[in-house]
Design a protein around this ligand. Structure first.
Ligand SMILES: [Zn+2]
Ligand SMILES: [Zn+2]
Length: 277
């Protein structure tokens, strides 16, 4: 594998399901070897990507972790808008089984009249197209000249759910999905330079929510990243902020992780944060 000419991660959305004044839904842009790879495409992803200076038509690959709407609701818009703005290649969309049907129903069928109208006025329909690559198992599924990507399936809400790892000759980035705690995440995150990890709430908060068992507590995260020796931990999917009256709740969760993992750096993610590796 060759060294990539660039490697950075931009947070396009650090929030989750609930509308939030400063946090879009999950969405992360990895620039590797001057290609823009998008991981999840949640609420406000398209708006934020553009707001942070990246033209949407420059995105060349999309990776979806799971089919909860907070992770995919902007995907039809991304494909339509990049087509409108001059995309000239079919978009590869990697994701769990079901992503193909989501795009056929939520884009092709839902926007049938719009697409017909634009094509009749000269738009090339070939450039709206996408190729869905449905993942059904773990392991390496993408090998490029300067990076590989592999997936680890973990439990979350009864869905097929993939965490992704991007490996270059000397860097490792993990983009976690929403997930129940799973000891195999330790190996998956082993010696990673950057791990974007969901921190939806505290144990006490989860006890008040029907879906609380689908996610990790700060204690779960601290144990995983500490045992894995992660260098930089960035918290995302901060659902609890939409419920808690404590404006410092995310920093408090980060402090729990910092106390369990003093050798690494733990950061509360914000929309627009960029990490260059
Ligand atoms: Zn989510
Ligand atoms: Zn989810």
């Amino acid at each position: 594998m060759k060294e990539p000419s660039s490697l950075s991660v931009l947070i396009a959305g650090s929030g989750a399901v609930r509308a939030h004044p400063t946090r879009g839904g999950p969405s992360f842009l990895v620039n590797v070897d001057d290609q823009n790879l998008l991981f999840d495409c949640g609420r406000c992803a398209v708006h934020n990507i553009s707001r942070f200076g990246v033209p949407v038509e420059t995105i060349s690959e999309v990776y979806i972790t799971h089919l909860h709407f907070d992770h995919i609701c902007d995907l039809p818009l991304l494909l339509l808008l990049s087509w409108n703005n001059g995309r000239t290649q079919r978009m590869p969309v990697y994701g769990p089984k079901g992503i193909k049907s989501f795009l056929e129903n939520g884009l092709r069928n839902a926007y049938v009249d719009d697409i017909k109208s634009r094509v009749s006025h000269g738009k090339n329909p070939d450039y709206l197209e996408w190729d869905t690559i449905e993942l059904t198992k773990e392991g390496v599924f993408r090998k490029a000249e300067t990076y590989t990507i592999d997936a680890l399936a973990t439990k979350h809400g009864g869905l097929l759910n993939f965490n992704y790892r991007i490996t270059t000759p000397d860097k490792k980035i993990v983009i976690m999905s929403d997930s129940e705690p799973d000891p195999r995440l330790i190996d998956f995150c082993r010696d990673a330079d950057l791990v974007l990890i969901e921190c939806s709430g505290t144990k006490e908060f989860y006890a008040t929510q029907d879906w609380g068992g689908w996610h990790m507590t700060p204690e779960d995260i601290g144990q995983i990243v500490s045992e894995a020796g992660v260098k930089k931990v960035v918290l995302k999917h901060l659902v609890i902020e939409s419920f808690s009256k404590d404006p410092h709740i995310s920093e408090s969760m980060a402090n729990v992780i910092r106390s369990l993992h003093p050798d690494g750096e733990t950061i509360v993610g914000e929309d627009g944060m960029k990490f260059t590796l």
